[in-house]
Design a protein around this ligand. Sequence first.
Ligand SMILES: NC(=O)c1ccc[n+]([C@@H]2O[C@H](COP(=O)([O-])OP(=O)(O)OC[C@H]3O[C@@H](n4cnc5c(N)ncnc54)[C@H](OP(=O)(O)O)[C@@H]3O)[C@@H](O)[C@H]2O)c1
Length: 250
Amino acid sequence: MPEPVGGRSALVTGASRGIGLGIARMLAGRGFSLTVAARDAGRLATVADELRCLGASRVVPVPGDLADQAYPAVLATSHRDAFGSLDCLVLSAGVGTAGNLADFPVERFDKTVAVNVRAPFLLVQECLPLLRAAALAHPDRGARVVALSSITGVHAEPGLAAYGATKAALNSLVETLNAEESGRGVSATALAPAYVETDMSAWVRDVVPAEEMIPVSDIVELVAALVGLSARSVVSRLVISRAGTTGFGA
Ligand SMILES: NC(=O)c1ccc[n+]([C@@H]2O[C@H](COP(=O)([O-])OP(=O)(O)OC[C@H]3O[C@@H](n4cnc5c(N)ncnc54)[C@H](OP(=O)(O)O)[C@@H]3O)[C@@H](O)[C@H]2O)c1
């Protein structure tokens, strides 16, 4: 394994749009070197240019589909070859699917599980040696995983059976990672927001207006705080609900 290069590095999935892009911009502004991932190669290349302008020491775009079982290893290997260690793994890519449990097609269920659970599981597995290396090099701050879960993974929502189940699984994965690795300086946080104003929530905007959704900038603020914590603090889950709701719905 190559020696870690100077400065901090992060790998961000879903970096081309929405929440992942907001987080990648924040990390770039703090001088992180970045590996960025999404399917659309053209868009990812444009985003990589923007992130360099914002201050990222180096940006490596690695386009691919997280439904492909082989892609997480490709991402981790590329990051290792470029940077040698990994201070922050951001799991933002996800697929949103609505439909009642009674007649939800199994093909769509399998795709949702592959992107929202299997890919994060494999990415954490593949990146653990790199995260441990960063935590060993900087035991004071350790290394962090930030996973975009959803409030539906904590409080069930009618019509979001498959999506909610994948996010509940992600919450569990984060907790297990903390139980197994936080003593060695690698810890994880599941961010579980209600509707955030991005492309993913556009379908529900006639019921929940954009101005009542959580802005991406609020999620970014929370991630900025998480990457500033010492390795001594573990935050397994943050639930972010929308003002004016009971706090238990999307
Ligand atoms: N928006 C909300 O209301 C909300 C609420 C709670 C939780 N979340 C969660 O937050 C995360 C980010 O959501 P968002 O609102 O930012 O979504 P978004 O605006 O739709 O962006 C999704 C990002 O993930 C990438 N992506 C999607 N499918 C992919 C795949 N199969 N392989 C690789 N990359 C893929 C997209 O790029 P390409 O299309 O180019 O692949 C894009 O960069 C998701 O995990 C979502 O479940 C969102």
